[in-house]
Each structure stands twice: as C-alpha cells, then as structure tokens.
Design a protein around this ligand. Sequence first.
Ligand code: DP6
Length: 411
Amino acid sequence: MMSVDDPLTVTCTAPVNIALIKYWGKREEDKILPLNPSLSITLDVADLRTKTTVVASKQFDRDRLWLNGKEHDINNKRMQTCIRKLRQGADDLWRDGKLMIAKEEWKNYRLHIISENNFPTAAGLASSASGLACFVYSIAQLLQFKETFPGELTTIARQGSGSACRSLLGGFVLWESGTALDGSDSIARQIATGDKWKSLRVIILIVNEQQKKTSSTAGMQTSVQTSDLLKVGGDRNIFLIIRLIKEKFRAKEVVSMQLSRMRDAIEKADFPTLATVTMQESNQFHACCLDTFPPIFYLNEVSKEIIQFVHDYNADNNDITVAYTFDAGPNAVLLTREENLEKLMNSLHQKFGFFPVTREGVTRSVFENSQSDRIIRSIVTKIGEGPRVITRSIDHEESLATKEGKPKFIC
Ligand code: DP6
C-alpha cells in the first residue's frame, strides 16, 4: 500500500450558521451571486460542526473526497471551482525557516479530503454550509492560501454553496449581495461578535430526519423564475414590473428594511425586535416558496404547530421571549434567552411530549428515547466562533486520516 512520508495535513472544524435574514434566489447562477443580502448567526462548534482532514501528497494519483465515511465524487463543478481558486492562491510553505514547498510546486500535489458532520446531512440543518466552509477553509490552510483582498476566501466558499460563505466567520455575519460582475464584492463579513448576546440560546427541534424533497439550489431557481413575491421574473409584463417596483417587493425593498431593523437590534441587544424580524423573515421566505409555481412546501404540520406554539407562548407571557425560523426543511430553530430556557423547554415538552435534549451532537440512543412522535430530539446551542485549525499532525487523535491519507472510518 502506498505510504506517505511525513504527510502534509491539516484538520479543521467549521460551524453551522442559521440565517435570520434569508438568502433565497440568485442573480447569477454560476458564481452564486444572491438577489439580496442575508444575515446569519454562527452556532457553537462544540455542539454542531463539520470536521475535515485534508492530506496532500505527490503520490496520490487524483483528488478524492470522503463524506461521513463514504467516498463521493469530487468532480462536481462547484467543488472544482473552489479547488481551482484555492490552488491559484496557494503560497510558499515554510517550516522552521526552511522553504518546504514553493508555491509553484503545489500543482503537483493531489488532495485527499475527509469530512464528517456530527448531525444529519440534508435535514435542513445547513450541512452544505458548514461542509463547504470546512472544505474551503481546510484546503486554504494546507495550501497557505493568501487572500489578495479582504474576504476573498468567503467569495470562494460562496461558490461552493452560497450560505457556506457565512460559516467562515463567527458571531453575526452579513453576506453582501454586491454589485460587481465578477462577484468580488459579494463577500461575507462579521458585523458583530456574540459578546452582547452571550445569553442567547438556539434550540434546534428536529421534527423529521428524511432527506428534503426540494434542494435549496433547485427550489430557489424555480422561485426566481416564478415567484412575483420574490422578484420580477424576466418574462413578466411591463405593467406588472412597474407595479412591483413601485410597491415593495422582497429582494430589494423588504430585505433592506428588515436588515437595518435587525442590525439595529443586534447593536442594542434588543431581543424582542431581533425575534420579531427573524419570525417575519422566516414567514416571508416560506411565503415565497408557496408563491413559487408549483409551490414548494418545506414546512410540515409539526412545523406549523411549532409556529402557533411560539405565538401563543409569547402572547401568554405578554412579551416576545421566543422566536422561530425555518430553512429549506421542516426543522425549527428557536431563539430565546438563557433565563427563559427551562420554562420554554418545559412548555415544549408539555405540548409535544418528551423529546431528548442533547448538546453533544447526535447519537442513535438519544434518538430512540423520544416519547414525542412529533419532535424527535432537540439540540440546545449558542452563538459561536468561526472555523479553526485543530491539528497539523496526522497522528493526532482528532485527525480523520490514516498515515496513508485514507479515512480512518469507512462505512
Ligand atoms: C433557506 O446555500 O444551500 O438555508 O447556494 O444553491 O448552495 P446554494 O444554496 P444554499 O441555500 C440556503 C438557503 C436557506 C437560507 C439561508 O441559509 O440563507
């Protein structure tokens, strides 16, 4: 078996992010340029994360990728774009004052990329975001990628999957829609750390583990083509276009207004406003899905019950102490403050039956213990930091690769 002497490797983690102002629709498909800016919070990697080990060697015959223990095709266009751009920006590797690899040399190295999530893939939990962010970040670390402008790495992650660019940063993250044709100004940047929001708690309610039916990529494509709520489609008649431009429609007017309310709330640590805008945004995103033709239903009956529960809970408390948001799937993400967490969890258990709460990712045994037929389990987490390097040693217990550059665990 081929062995790799002193393998060049790195192992990194990247977080999941949850959009409070949603990205839905592209103005340019190839470069993944969004119709509107979006804003997210980064979740704590202690609870939910992708971990990726990259090994580089001249002895590998091709680039390869393993996800959760299974080999996947790395030849899809998005990943190839990311790898190409990362190789273009590679720089010299120095160790102890000695030049180990000159930047021109990297083209002779092939990459083995081994990645795993500690949560179910494609369950509406933005696995593509943390996955692609970790993919880009880890390769960048290994190849000594040097940015030629601030935020360049986020423009590369964006081309892997739009929402991935937001997972490269911690705290509150804004992904600018930008105006440049080459997409160089459609970058993600941190607009606030989580410092003022240490008591914010994020509860992910897993209501359904099945693979989602319409992917975000396909769903937003149809929305752009057919939903008047989202934007004016190219083939709409001129009177409709004038009416919609005069009135407020989502991609331009609504998002910019909600974004400024949200930014103000983040700055002032104003939970009720942040919560209100978050719920309105989620509802409008799902309204756009419903306005897509044929309509896309991401929410199921349990999701709707959770929405009703939150509004009733806030009304009973005469205050806005909890908010919901849903992405392209039925799982709910609730926001609340720590002082309200216990009461809220008790009320959820009363309403939906007992379901286990975990902080340590997801295990089968926990899953099987659920006494609720509607909510399978929940994960309680908080705001966290961006990606980080765990180790540059293949022997480290956190490394996912063997010395030969293969996955330690294969399914
Ligand atoms: C509903 O980033 O998965 O989660 O760019 O086509 O890969 P592609 O789509 P993706 O879309 C995420 C959509 C969303 C909202 C959001 O995260 O902002």
